[in-house]
Structure formats: structure tokens, C-alpha cells
Design a binder for this molecule. Structure first.
Ligand code: ADP
Length: 494
């Protein structure tokens, strides 16, 4: 990546974007638009369509038509594979342009956006393109006078709602397996981070996806998202976002057609440092990255650091040192390590968490303030707070910002009790050189993933999903495909 190429892309003005329905850009039915504000400098960069319920109805009808006439759902797996591979190629060819577009509206620093958004989306389309002709049906072990066949059939119209933090990565975790399985889609991106997903929908048609199979309706969650989840003609909803919205989706489902809802709802993930960790310097470095990368706006962020008493002080000092050394700033500068907080309201909410935690008795060790205010952008100094108690707001609730809550513990039992003492269960980390302890912790922690002697990394081969109030269902891996199929039995009397 060249800084000059990034600067040239950033200097281009962005034309207003409509929805993408039936293979074409389209304004909202009432012509309304929303301003897209860049967190880099707080300036309006373009407008997107502010969708209406009738736009949603139109997109759903179009997706249904496409599904029923079989233009995608009834094509040979080999043909679908070709399109998904081509889409992956197109994303890779345009990766820098797509990444800069994404950084402009969501604020993730460019190196991370390039890898975790554009390149990861390409890899995801390729992964599910490869997977789609390896899904076999089954023959049931019936008595010899019958034949029981179990078919995988696509569910039909998938409604997808995604958040602003990694719109393309999370979006493609849903779009790719849904398309691979032969479904049609109506996607609603977050109102503040729609640009890259609109681009992917265009590229999908360029790659050969028939028009009408993948539609994007932009606008407000409370209007477009609600209409989508209330639709009588959407078969399943897949969602990543807040618990509040997740609960609403279940209500919308109950009030409409009982569509299945798969919810990925964030977390308050414990990262546990035992004194016998194999490499405490590495543990401190990765623990800092595990909360501060992307300004803490990561669903699996290790936002609760549990540190064994004997090493607490030295370990916290080391994490603070990393926190203070990060280069926070303009996310389109290649030297930046941490970009912007996504919006002013998110920044204010982060600062409020810090204030409340101090009132509850936590110690502010570093950070806790807005920085670079003169740019007009939304930046926050990575923040470490110690003496956080299990009953505190900062221990129990997701900040979704660069604020680390530190709690010390004495024994393995204490660590496990603290790890499980929230309503969430998405991710966790355990640092120890005691193999038996590592396995005991993996077994005892209630979460979708437990990292051992590392934090935050994984790849497409493993599922991501939560337990407890972090949600249900899985993105990534072959398991993600299960959501997008119904099982149908043929019971044939011979
Ligand atoms: P976050 O705190 O990450 O913004 P939200 O749950 O508010 O989490 O947003 C995630 C996605 O859900 C966004 O695309 C948003 O527009 C959408 N959304 C918000 N409110 C609703 C709603 N009432 N119904 C459906 N979708 C919604």
C-alpha cells in the first residue's frame, strides 16, 4: 500500500448513493436521504438513501421473485461457485479503493481495514464458494422397505442487518454462506457504514450474480431494520449488533411470521492472566491489542482483564505502557495504529463509562480523554481502569470503546467465577503454562471461543458465536451454512 494512492482515493468526492435493488441504484420512495459523517474529521462526506417500509417491501418482493424463479437458487453448484470466486477476485482487485471507502465512513485504520475488511471479505466469498459443492444430503438408516432422504434446501429470502464496526467482514460472513446455499438476500447495513456493502452488491452483479438476488436497503434501523424483520416474506433474520436490537428482532419475529433469528450480540470478554503465563511481556502486548485495536470497537474485544494478584501491578504497568505508546490518529495515515471512534455519540458514551467507573471507585491509570479534538474527528486515548469490582457498570456492560476494566484475583476458582460473572458469553482468553489449568478454564468458561496464550486471532475455519446473552448461531466455518438451509425429508415407500 502506498500513502500517495490512499491520499488520491481520499481526495475523490463521493456521489450520493441510493439503495441497490434488483441490480440498480434507487432513491428512497420519498426521496429522503441521510448524511454520512466521517469520524476522521466530523465532516459530511456524502448522502445515502434513507429507506422507507415500502422500499423494504419492494426489495423483499424482488428477492422473493428471484428466489422462486430459480435464477440463482436452482443453478448448478458449479455455476454459483464461479460467481463467488469471481466476486472474491473483483474485491481483491479493488481492495484499496474499497478499504479507503470503508475507512472514510467508519474510521478503522487503513492497514486493518485492508486486511480485516476487504481482503477478509474476498477470502470469505472464496471459502463459501469452495464449500458449496461439498454439502451432501443424507440417507437415513430406515428399514429396507423405505428410503429416507434428507435434503438441504435453501431457506428462501434472508434478511440481514449488520453493524458499523466491521461492516464488510461481518456482512460477508452472512452474505457469502447465504448466497452459497442458493438464497436471496435483503441486507440493511448500519446507517453510518453503508458504503462498502453497497459497493459489494454492485460488484456481485458484475461477477455474474443475477439481478435481484442480493439487494441492499440503506437507512435507519428503527425504520428499515424494523420493516425487514417484520416482513411476512423474509424467512430468516441474521443479525450482528446490540442486545437491545436483538431483543427487538425476536419481538418482530413473534409479531410477524415466526422467522428464525440468529443473533450475534457482543460481549464483555474476560482475558485472564495467571502468574504462570509463559511470556508475560507477550501477554501484556496482546492484551492491550485485544482491547485497543479498532478503538475497542470489536465484538470479541478482551475488555475485562483479570490479573492474578502477585503480578497485578507490574502487568498493569506494562499494559499502560502499550496503551500510551499507540499512535492514535488519522486512520488513512499508514503509520496510524488506532483510528477514530466511530461517532460523536459513541465517543461521549465511552467517556461517560469512564466517569461512572470513577464514581464507583475504579482507578483511572491512563487515558480517559478525548484527543485530537482540533481535527474535528472523534479520537480517544486508550484507557486503563483498575480496581473494577464485579458489580460495577464497567465490569458488567459493554463499552464498545477503548476502555479496559482490570480486576485482580487470587485463585483459579476466583478467576473462573469472575470470568462467568456477566450476562455475556462471546469470547475469553487464558494465559497460563499449566496445560491442565488451561483445559479446565476452557471447559469452565461459558463463551463461544476461549483463546489460550493468545488473544483475538482466529480464522474462517472456526465458528464465531455467543452463548448466554451474547446470542445464538454461528458465523464463519462450515457450521455457518447450517443457518441458510432447511432440512427436508423425503420418506419414500419402496
Ligand atoms: P450498535 O450499538 O452496534 O449500533 P445496533 O443494534 O443499534 O448496535 O445497530 C446494529 C444494526 O441494527 C444497525 O444496522 C442498525 O441500524 C440496526 N437497528 C437498530 N435499531 C433497529 C431496530 N429497531 N430494528 C432493526 N434494526 C435496527
Amino acid at each position: 500500500m502506498e500513502q500517495s494512492a490512499i491520499n488520491a482515493l481520499r481526495a475523490q468526492s463521493l456521489s450520493p448513493r441510493g439503495h441497490f435493488i434488483d441490480g440498480r441504484g434507487q432513491a428512497a420512495s420519498d426521496g429522503a436521504t441521510e448524511s454520512v459523517i466521517s469520524p476522521i474529521d466530523g465532516k459530511v462526506i456524502t448522502q445515502i438513501a434513507s429507506g422507507t417500509p415500502s422500499d423494504v417491501d419492494q426489495a423483499v418482493a424482488c428477492a422473493r421473485r428471484a428466489f422462486e424463479d430459480g435464477r440463482w437458487s436452482k443453478t448448478a453448484p458449479s455455476a454459483r461457485k464461479k460467481v463467488l470466486f469471481k466476486l472474491a477476485d473483483l474485491i481483491e482487485q479493488r481492495a484499496l479503493e474499497i478499504s479507503v471507502l470503508g475507512v472514510l465512513d467508519n474510521g478503522t485504520e487503513i492497514n486493518m481495514a485492508f486486511k480485516a475488511e476487504a481482503m477478509s471479505a474476498a477470502a470469505t466469498f472464496r471459502f463459501y464458494g469452495e464449500a458449496l459443492d461439498k454439502v451432501y444430503g443424507e440417507i437415513a438408516p430406515t428399514s429396507p422397505d423405505v428410503l429416507g432422504l434428507i435434503h438441504h434446501t435453501p431457506v428462501g429470502v434472508v434478511g440481514a442487518i449488520v453493524p458499523w464496526n466491521f461492516p464488510l467482514m461481518i456482512g460477508s460472513w452472512k452474505i457469502a454462506p447465504a448466497l452459497a446455499a442458493g438464497n436471496s438476500i435483503v441486507l440493511k447495513p448500519a446507517e453510518s457504514a453503508s458504503l462498502t456493502l453497497l459497493k459489494i452488491a454492485e460488484l456481485a452483479v458484475e461477477a455474474g450474480l443475477p439481478e435481484g438476488v442480493f439487494n441492499v436497503v440503506t437507512g435507519r434501523g428503527s425504520v428499515v431494520g424494523e420493516a425487514l424483520a417484520l416482513s411476512m416474506d423474509v424467512d430468516i433474520m441474521v443479525f450482528t449488533g446490540s442486545g437491545t436490537t436483538g431483543r427487538r428482532l425476536l419481538e418482530y419475529s413473534a409479531r410477524s411470521n415466526l422467522k428464525r433469528c440468529y443473533l450475534e450480540l457482543g460481549g464483555k470478554s474476560p482475558n485472564i492472566i495467571f502468574a504462570d503465563a509463559p511470556d508475560l511481556a507477550k501477554a501484556a502486548r496482546e492484551s492491550a491489542a485485544g482491547i485497543f485495536r479498532n478503538s475497542g470497537q470489536v465484538c470479541i474485544a478482551g475488555s475485562r482483564l483479570l490479573v492474578q494478584e502477585d503480578i497485578h501491578e507490574e502487568f498493569v504497568a506494562e499494559v499502560c505502557r502499550h496503551a500510551e505508546n499507540y499512535r492514535v490518529g488519522d486512520p488513512l495515515n499508514l503509520d496510524t495504529q488506532i483510528g477514530a471512534v466511530h461517532s460523536l455519540s459513541e465517543l461521549e458514551a465511552n467517556l461517560e463509562f469512564v466517569e461512572k467507573a470513577e464514581v464507583e471507585g475504579a482507578q483511572l491509570r491512563t487515558g480517559g480523554v478525548r484527543i485530537l479534538g482540533e481535527t474535528g474527528g472523534y479520537y480517544m486515548q486508550p484507557t486503563v481502569m483498575t480496581d473494577v469490582k464485579a458489580e460495577d457498570n464497567l465490569f458488567q456492560n459493554e463499552v464498545f470503546g477503548p476502555v479496559l476494566a482490570v480486576t485482580s484475583f487470587k485463585t483459579e476458582e476466583d478467576a473462573l467465577r469472575l470470568a462467568n460473572a456477566t450476562d455475556f458469553g462471546l469470547s475469553a482468553g487464558v494465559w497460563t503454562s499449566n496445560l491442565s489449568r488451561a483445559h479446565r478454564m476452557v471447559a469452565g468458561i461459558r463463551s463461544g471461543i476461549v483463546h489460550v496464550n493468545t488473544y483475538g486471532g482466529s480464522d474462517l475455519t472456526v465458528p464465531l458465536g455467543g452463548v448466554k446473552q451474547s446470542g445464538n448461531g454461528h458465523d464463519k466455518s462450515l457450521h455457518a451454512m447450517d443457518k441458510y438451509f432447511d432440512l427436508k425429508t423425503a420418506w419414500i415407500k419402496l
